[in-house]
Design a protein around this ligand. Structure first.
Ligand SMILES: [Zn+2]
Length: 175
């Protein structure tokens, strides 16, 4: 009998706990803002902005904005003659390079920029070969001019920034 009462009490507590968990669910948080610095992206400054705007048009939980003067950026963008690549320190933080090796081979520049931002937003390379996937990178044909994330890629980024998802540091190279 005592055991039955304890069990009943436990069920009641669990029920209350479950109810509270539902009602305590937070309202949608404001999007997290990530500042990027394209001042060292040389001839690619405008395509870097384009890559950021592509993400801003497809996700709601994070914004990519040019860093205001005097502030420290989350993301620094550079240009050099190597492959495009990204080095992340944590979700939303790190650097990426607009590499002329891919540009000179004819890869679509806005796709490269959006792809590399994708790494900073917590997406790994997925070499599916599909042009419809942004994170397929160089596995899609050079002729691919899709610079927008797939619905799956966009929802993964929204999920990453819905909470403070822990994403390990990483290095990702275009080819
Ligand atoms: Zn990549």
């Amino acid at each position: 009998m005592l055991l039955r009462r304890i069990a009943a009490a436990l069920v009641a507590v669990l029920a209350i706990g479950g109810f509270q968990a539902v009602t305590a669910a937070p309202a949608a948080a404001a999007p997290r803002t990530l500042y990027y610095d394209a001042s060292q992206a040389q001839e690619f400054k405008s395509v870097v902005d384009q890559g950021a705007q592509i993400w801003n048009s497809r996700v709601t939980n994070v914004r990519l904005l040019p860093v205001p003067a005097g502030s420290t950026p989350n993301i620094r963008v550079y240009a050099d003659n190597g492959w495009p690549r990204a080095q992340t320190t944590s979700l939303g933080n790190g650097r990426w390079y607009m590499g002329r090796q891919a540009v000179n081979q004819g890869y679509y520049q806005p796709r490269i920029a959006a792809h590399e931002f994708g790494h900073l937003l917590g997406l790994p390379d997925r070499r599916t070969g599909l042009c419809t996937d942004l994170m397929s990178g160089s596995s899609a044909p050079v002729s691919c001019t899709n610079a927008y994330p797939s619905a799956t890629e966009a929802s993964t980024v929204n999920r990453n920034f819905a909470t403070t998802a822990s994403v390990p540091a990483g290095t990702f190279i275009w080819s």
